[in-house]
Design a binder for this molecule. Structure first.
Ligand SMILES: Nc1ncnc2c1ncn2[C@@H]1O[C@H](COP(=O)(O)OP(=O)(O)O)[C@@H](O)[C@H]1O
Ligand SMILES: N[C@@H](CCOP(=O)(O)O)C(=O)O
Length: 312
């Protein structure tokens, strides 16, 4: 369930008077999603998606909403935020920061084909290129300093072998610095549940709320570790190659990126291994998240350690 904050029709109709999108016809809660409350809002002008932010504050939203607006303006498939009469994208509704974005067609795919992996890779490269002219900056809140500190707080409670493996990975990543690699705007959470597909066409990337500035190839590694991962947890060679081929059809990796790629794949696995461990060992009181299995990303990292062919 993902309607944590209820909005009444009268309350919404009053809030919508700040927009030029017609009269409210209906609203319907969206069941999918984990973090925020989402509704489909139908007006006399069409369908929109209303998001009420359960964690982010109003003053934190401009970065993400301006980024989505910038990317949509540059042809990247993603929702475009709708501006209100103050020319702002977000304001309070039912006690929560809220925004309206365009409604995309399409649906999530749980078992992507090679053609869909190619399309995700290609759109990710388009997003990276479009991000070059976005003027705002955001540090990655889930970078090496975060995973080192987070992991350090969990070792004592973990199974000894799992903790040793996690320590090994954190120490391994500590030996690398990637300041020489191309950086830019990254999505940083481009999992299957954050892309809508219309057949083999990407209808849109959604959920930009981890977007930040970081190493571009690291973003590709995050996407590959999810999109190419089969149900049994192993990375599928054909899907991995397809995603990379799609990406490189628009933006080729440099020699430095190729050299760093095996380490970046492990770093991308470590980031989600750590966040899933944190959710498991430190569930926040009242936090509205489903605990996702950390073992999935432990396996991704350990498989990459043993891998010899990285699909480039
Ligand atoms: N712009 C949009 N157009 C169409 N559907 C959307 C849009 N944004 C979100 N959705 C739907 O809402 C669901 C939840 O959105 P998501 O951003 O993943 O929520 P959460 O931040 O709570 O995880 C998505 O799986 C998708 O089905
Ligand atoms: N896609 C992630 C969830 C988002 O990251 P988190 O830091 O909010 O847990 C996953 O599947 O683990």
């Amino acid at each position: 369930m993902s309607v944590y904050t209820s909005v009444g029709e009268a309350e919404l109709a009053a809030w919508l008077s700040r927009y030029s999108i017609g009269q409210l016809k209906s609203l319907k809660g969206i069941a999918a999603g984990i973090t925020n409350t989402n509704y489909f809002v139908d007006t006399t002008h069409g369908r929109y998606v209303l998001t009420l932010f359960e964690v982010l504050r109003l003053d934190e939203l401009p970065y993400y909403l301006e980024l989505m607006s910038h990317l949509a303006r540059h042809g990247v498939a993603c929702p475009a935020p709708i501006a209100d009469s103050t020319d702002g994208y977000a304001s309070m509704l039912a006690g929560k920061p809220a925004c309206l974005v365009t409604c995309l067609t399409g649906a999530e795919v749980s078992a992507p084909s090679a053609a869909q992996c190619f399309a995700v890779g290609e759109m990710l490269a388009a997003m990276h290129e479009a991000g070059n002219t976005f003027p705002r900056r955001m540090a990655n809140p889930r970078g090496p300093a975060w995973w080192s500190a987070t992991a350090a707080g969990l070792y004592a409670e973990m199974d000894a072998l799992d903790a040793a493996s996690l320590r090994e990975e954190v120490a391994f990543q500590d030996r690398y610095r990637f300041a020489h690699l191309p950086t830019g705007v990254v999505h940083a959470d481009l999992f299957r549940d954050n892309v809508l597909f219309d057949g083999d066409r990407v209808a849109g990337f959604i959920d930009f709320y981890y977007a930040c500035n970081d190493v571009l190839a690291y973003d590709v590694a995050i996407a590959l570790n999810d999109w190419a991962r089969r149900d049994d947890g192993a990375i599928d060679d054909a899907l991995a190659r397809a995603l990379l081929a799609g990406y490189q059809s628009l933006r080729r990796f440099s020699d430095d990126e190729k050299a760093a790629w095996p380490v970046l794949l492990r770093a991308a696995g470590l980031r989600f291994w750590t966040s899933r461990l944190l959710d498991l060992y430190r569930p926040q009181a009242g936090e509205m998240t489903y605990t996702k299995d950390p073992k999935v990303f432990q396996r991704v990292v350990e498989d990459h350690r043993a891998r010899r062919d990285f699909w480039l």
